[in-house]
Structures are given as structure tokens and as C-alpha cells.
Design a protein around this ligand. Structure first.
Ligand code: FAD
Length: 506
């Protein structure tokens, strides 16, 4: 590979074009660098463009630090948390400047952190409310976003386009990092339009190429739970982890991911898990859920096994699926079965897909949940005995499960699995609907070790010269995640990495 002639030499190479890559490229260009962004897919956006677009900001750095320390439980070094907490109080100002390029209006949503732990009330969400004249379906036809993520990506894309110092190449998969005689990272090898190409970087390479959501083999090495379906993109296959490991990088909390559960499409080409409906998060001890969740889950024996409406269900629910039975070599809750009745069927669509893919059309879940019966993602049965037969579970066990559940729904008594009274919905009116659900990974939190300047570290804590990380690939969420934290991290770490690289002597 190194015999290839170098095709270009720039100041900074950014690998990946999601929020982190975009933010890094913008900041590096503003610091006077010539930048090349290499994006593996034919389209931009990564997972970022599919997101809800909520960025966590904070009013008080000391309070933010207290919360981050409580939730990370010693998995993240204190200097990283101190810097991040401080940056969270400044993110709004930085993002307001970016928003000007699109004439976008921003909004602050007052919503404390997920759990009532020290410092939790200092947080809010920052979102891009409106971008005048922006039609997401025309500009980014390949992507669907949960809410305002696509608006935020429009702001990033407008800023990238407005800077002539940034060159973006699509269909450009980086495969290797190159080092000079002193061991400093000085460029990359990438496959561009099918050809291996060398590009040099005078100041640094910033890896912003996401996690390993779409790499089942890698997941099998780091996680017990399997299979876990990717939610949004095929592009994130852990390339950054591998490339950085090859030059000596250390890894952090590879077990941790932001995950819930969802359906499989009957067409195997639709590789994405279709996540269940996102109802509002709730706060234990402060704000209970007010809306009913229409379904319950049962495991392969026909028993409930988890609180189906955890406080931040789209973050922690996958953890409850992670049980292993060594005698059968099976995971009793994989797949689990979602079950609801005719009255609840009419409440809302139980799932929705948000993907970013140039070749796969996003599946639109039907409003009444009936198209999915035709497609086989859901089945219909007139009696619980029929359900039991289809699931091959003991009918007595299923009847007992549903009986206990319906009794719970009629009272405020505590559910042994912790589901709050306000969220319960009985399973009483036939026909009944049921379908298998699998764990789904929205994004991984396993990360490259790095310091406060986003310099990638080796296992002895020494920086690998010339190599930086940004976004979820450098996640500082080591134990319990804070909603909106990944997006905040993209913009904070992208800027820091760019400034550090730009300041490095060429
Ligand atoms: C539906 C959904 C909603 C979410 N909502 C929120 C939210 O509201 N708030 C929040 O904080 N978080 C949210 N998240 C999580 C958040 O979106 C991600 O963690 C974050 O966007 C990751 O950004 P990134 O820039 O690090 O990676 P990505 O946006 O995934 O970008 C990485 C890019 O690198 C490219 N790439 C990979 N390998 C290579 C290679 N070898 N060479 C070149 N390019 C490569 C990929 O194709 C991709 O485009 C959500 C996730 C999902 C799935």
C-alpha cells in the first residue's frame, strides 16, 4: 500500500461525515487548514442525520460535572468530564454561530437530565427548530430523521459548503492510517471510486467515523447479547476502532451501547431493526409516565421479563434482553414477543424506522398497525390459546402472565418488574396482535481512549501523535447515557479535535 503514490496532501483529514466529522471540518477550516473529509457512503449524514436532533446543553458547569460523575461511575477520567461539562455551557453560543449560515432558528427545551441525580436540573435541549426553505425530502432523500436531526444536519452541511477550504469526497472508505518514520500519523489509505489512494495530512487525522452498529462480527466479540440489529446506517462498521488499534490505540467501555428493541422486516435486505415507538421519557421519583404504552413483552417461555417502559426506554431497554441460559445456550428473551390487543392496536403505530441509506428505502410503518400483519411482522389471533400455539409456549403460562398483568392494570399496586401504573394497558380485547422483537442498537458507546484535546491514547496513556477522535467513536458515555449527550459530544469533540490538530506543527 505504501508504494502507492500520494495523490494529495492537506492539513487535516477528517474520516466520516456525520455531525462530528462536519463539526471538525468546519472548525479546522476556520483555523486556517485545508481539509479533506472522506466519507465511505455515497451520501452524507451517518447516524447523525437520523437523530432526534436534541443536543444537551447546560447552564452550570459544576452541576453538569456532578451529574456526569454520578452517571459515569468512574468509567471516565475526571479531566474529560470537567472539560465536557464546561463545554456544555458554551455549546449554545457556538451552535448559534453555525445556525446563521442557514438562517436557522433554534429553540431551547427545558428538560432536566434523565435521572434525578446531583446536578440533573442544569440541563436543557438545544434543537434546530426551523430552516427557512429547507425541504428534507428533496435535499436529503436518502434519510429520515426522528425529529429535528435532519434540520441540524442541514445547518452543518450549509457550513461545510460555505467553506472552500473543505473538500468532501463520497464513496471514500478509509482503510488504513499511515505513519511516518517517527511513528506519527501522517495520512490515510482510502478506497476512492474503487481505487486505493494515499492522502497525506500535515497536521493530523481526525477519526469521526462512528461506531460498530453495523458490524455483527465485532459485536459478537464485545457483547454477550446477540443478535443486535442496527437502527440507522450500514456505514458504521467499526473501521475507526480497527485502524486506531493498528497504530496502538487503547479502547474504552466497549460493552456499552444506546439500545432498545424493535422488529425485523421480512425482507432480509432491509437490515435495520425497526425501533418501537418512542413515548416521552419519564423521571423516577419526580415525573411518572402519563401515557399508556400499548404493549407488553414476553420471553420465549411466555413470561414477562422487564419493565417495557423504562424511564429512558430507547437507551436502556436492550440491557434487559441480555440474559443467558448456559443449559440451553439460548438467550431466553431473544427474540421476545410484543403483545397487545385490539383496543391498543388503534392507539398509535407501535414502531417506526429512521434510516440513512442511498440504496434502501425507509420502511413506513402503518398508522393502524395492519400493514404489518399482512407483512408478517405482526400476527393476529382471536384467543390467547392461539397466541400460545403460535409462540409454542405453555398456554397455562401465557394465561397466567396475561391474568396477572390485567390484574395489575386494574390497580396502582407495584409491578414486580417496575412498570409504573400510568403506563399500563391491559390485554383484554380480541383479536390479539403479537410479533417478535430483537435488541436494536441505535449507537455504540465503545470508544477510543483519548485525552482532553481528543488525542487518541495508547494503553499506557501516551498520545499517538497526529491522531484525533471525535463523536461517538470517542464517546465519554461509559456507564449511563444522558439523552442528547451524543450530539453534544459530536459538536464539542469535533471542535476540540480540530483546534488541537490545527495547532500542531506541520
Ligand atoms: C434514530 C436515532 C435518534 C437519535 N437521536 C439522538 C438525539 O436526539 N440526540 C443525541 O444526542 N443522540 C441521538 N442519537 C445518537 C446520535 O445520533 C449518534 O451517536 C451521533 O449522531 C453519531 O455521530 P458521529 O458523527 O459520531 O457518527 P455518524 O453520524 O454515524 O457518522 C459517521 C460517518 O462515518 C462514516 N464512516 C464509517 N467508516 C468509515 C470509513 N472507513 N471511511 C470513511 N467514512 C466512514 C459513516 O458512513 C458515517 O457517515 C440517535 C440515534 C438514532 C439511531
Amino acid at each position: 500500500m505504501t508504494d502507492l503514490p500520494r495523490q494529495d496532501m492537506v492539513d487535516v483529514i477528517v474520516v466520516g461525515y456525520g455531525f462530528a466529522g462536519g463539526a471538525a471540518a468546519i472548525a479546522a477550516a476556520d483555523a486556517g487548514c485545508r481539509v479533506t473529509v472522506l466519507e465511505k457512503m455515497a451520501v452524507p449524514g451517518g447516524i447523525s442525520i437520523c437523530s432526534g436532533g436534541g443536543m444537551r446543553v447546560a447552564s452550570d458547569a459544576a452541576k453538569a460535572l456532578a451529574y456526569l460523575e454520578a452517571t459515569n461511575q468512574g468509567t471516565i477520567e475526571r479531566p474529560l468530564l470537567e472539560r465536557f461539562a464546561r463545554e456544555m455551557t458554551e455549546l449554545r453560543g457556538h451552535f448559534e454561530q453555525l445556525a446563521q449560515a442557514s438562517g436557522a432558528t433554534l429553540k431551547i427545551i427545558a428538560r432536566p437530565a434523565n435521572y434525578a441525580l446531583p446536578g440533573w436540573d442544569t440541563f436543557h435541549f438545544l434543537e434546530v427548530d426551523e430552516v427557512p426553505g429547507f425541504d428534507p425530502r428533496t435535499e436529503f432523500p436518502h434519510a429520515r430523521s426522528l425529529r429535528a436531526g435532519i434540520n441540524a444536519f442541514k445547518v452543518v452541511a450549509d457550513n461545510v459548503r460555505a467553506r472552500p477550504a473543505i473538500d468532501v469526497r463520497f464513496g471514500a472508505a478509509v482503510t488504513r492510517l499511515e505513519r511516518d518514520a517517527d511513528g506519527c500519523v501522517c495520512g490515510v489509505v482510502a478506497t476512492i471510486d474503487g481505487h486505493a489512494t494515499r492522502i497525506g495530512a500535515r497536521r493530523g487525522v481526525i477519526l469521526a467515523c462512528g461506531g460498530f452498529e453495523a458490524n455483527a462480527a465485532m459485536q459478537q466479540q464485545y457483547w454477550q447479547l446477540r443478535p443486535v440489529l442496527p437502527a440507522a446506517t450500514r456505514g458504521n462498521t467499526g473501521d475507526g476502532l480497527r485502524m486506531a488499534q493498528a497504530v496502538g490505540a487503547d479502547l474504552r467501555h466497549m460493552w456499552h451501547f444506546h439500545g432498545s428493541y424493535g422488529f425485523r422486516h421480512p425482507d432480509p435486505a432491509y437490515v435495520f431493526g425497526i425501533r418501537t415507538k418512542k413515548l416521552p421519557d419519564w423521571t423516577p421519583g419526580v415525573q411518572p409516565p402519563t401515557a399508556p404504552l400499548s404493549w407488553i413483552l414476553v420471553d420465549r417461555t411466555g413470561r414477562r421479563f422487564m419493565n417495557e417502559y423504562e424511564p429512558y426506554a430507547h437507551d436502556t431497554s436492550a440491557r434487559a434482553f441480555d440474559r443467558f441460559d448456559a443449559t440451553t445456550l439460548q438467550m431466553p428473551a431473544v427474540p421476545a414477543t410484543m403483545l397487545f390487543d385490539e383496543t391498543r392496536r388503534k392507539l398509535y403505530p407501535v414502531a417506526r424506522s429512521f434510516i440513512n441509506d442511498p440504496d434502501i428505502r425507509c420502511y413506513d410503518w402503518s398508522d393502524d398497525n395492519l400493514k404489518e400483519v399482512d407483512l408478517g411482522m405482526l400476527q393476529r389471533a382471536d384467543t390467547l390459546d392461539e397466541v400460545a400455539r403460535a409462540l409454542q409456549v405453555d398456554p397455562a403460562v401465557l394465561h397466567a402472565t396475561i391474568g396477572r398483568w390485567n390484574d395489575l392494570c386494574a390497580t396502582d399496586a407495584a409491578d414486580p418488574l417496575g412498570r409504573p401504573a400510568g403506563s399500563r394497558a391491559p390485554v383484554v380485547d380480541p383479536p390479539f396482535y403479537f410479533g417478535h422483537v430483537w435488541p436494536v442498537v441505535s449507537n455504540t458507546q465503545g470508544a477510543l481512549a483519548h485525552d482532553v484535546e481528543q488525542r487518541v491514547l495508547d494503553p499506557y496513556g501516551a498520545p499517538i501523535a497526529g491522531l484525533y477522535v471525535a463523536g461517538e467513536l470517542g464517546s465519554i458515555w461509559g456507564y449511563v447515557y444522558l439523552s442528547g449527550g451524543n450530539l453534544a459530544e459530536c459538536f464539542i469533540s469535533g471542535r476540540i479535535a480540530a483546534h488541537a490538530a490545527a495547532a500542531r506543527a506541520a
